[in-house]
Design a protein around this ligand. Structure first.
Ligand code: G
Ligand code: G
Ligand code: NA
Ligand code: MN
Length: 251
């Protein structure tokens, strides 16, 4: 049985759900946000990774119903997190940006989950697949005007490049974790990260360093002017209850 034909069943039976990975202030570890990461617990196949099932679902033309579901789930958690001062980031594949119904896909499902746009960041992933750049840009501008924040995922790798940073409306840069890893022993990587931090500050954008695994990386990123980090050092993707416990332990 193929994955895409069991999508509706999986959604209806809560086999598809979200885990949340904390985003923390480097300075003191306080949780300021969380990235929602989708999971599929298949009754026969076990846990399937999104990097496996999303391309599959996309090829079968079912990415919209999957995205609708993750947006609704994320919206439900956004309110509890917002009351604790943390945002929720939700991943949206760039293939959807130029779709004619992209705006209602986002707005209707966030509303259906009871979420406020102000509490939600839309992370643009798989930027290689932006079909129609001008339409994508105007759709993102519209989402911004409704209060959503826009984030560029995996910045600095592949097509997540300076053209997007210059040409798309965005409020946040997520530096790809490969640079965080390199920063420990590569001076050029440190120079580039420092410049990106300054760019973000000057453009009034938020910058999140991905893939912080150890304290040394936290220290290096702090020295370079970075303020927010995400990675195993702060926590693996976890259930919402666990994340809330972590948020409340800050208080
Ligand atoms: O959660 P994990 O670390 O396994 O994520 C693997 C990849 O799947 C990452 O590139 C992540 O951006 C992507 N991903 C996770 N959740 C979603 C989602 O809800 N929608 C989309 N489009 N991609 C997601
Ligand atoms: O593409 P995106 O950046 O959304 O991918 C998120 C993926 O990165 C998830 O699969 C998540 O489990 C993984 N991840 C999150 N933090 C870390 C980390 O500190 N180290 C490594 N190696 N992977 C991480
Ligand atoms: Na992401
Ligand atoms: Mn990323």
């Amino acid at each position: 049985l193929s994955l895409h034909s069991s999508l509706d069943h999986a959604i209806a039976h809560q086999h598809i759900y979200l885990l949340f990975q904390p985003q923390c202030l480097l300075e003191n570890g306080h949780v300021v946000g969380a990235e929602a990461l989708v999971r599929w617990k298949h009754p026969q196949r076990g846990e399937i990774s999104p990097s496996e099932f999303i391309p599959h679902i996309e090829k079968a033309g079912r990415l919209k119903p999957l995205t609708a579901h993750t947006l609704r789930l994320a919206a439900r958690s956004a309110n509890v997190l917002a009351s604790a001062g943390a945002r929720v980031s939700v991943n949206i594949s760039a293939t959807l940006l130029a779709e004619h119904d992209f705006i209602p896909l986002v707005c209707d499902n966030i509303a259906a989950g009871g979420g406020r746009p102000e509490a939600i960041t839309i992370e643009i992933t798989e930027t290689a697949k932006i079909d129609d750049f001008p339409i994508a840009a105007s759709n993102l501008k519209l989402l911004q005007s409704k209060g959503f924040h826009i984030s560029l995922d995996d910045f600095g790798t592949g097509e997540a490049n300076l053209s997007l940073l210059v040409g798309l409306p965005c409020d946040e840069i997520k530096i790809d974790r490969s640079f965080v890893t390199l920063a420990q022993h590569n001076e050029r990587a440190r120079i580039v990260i420092g410049a990106l931090c300054e760019t973000a500050r000057n453009a009034d954008m938020r910058l999140v360093a991905e893939g912080i695994e150890v304290e040394e990386e936290r220290n290096t990123l702090t020295k370079l002017g970075c303020t927010i980090g995400q990675g195993f050092y702060y926590g693996r993707p976890m259930r919402i209850a666990q994340l809330l416990a972590m948020v409340h332990s800050d208080e």
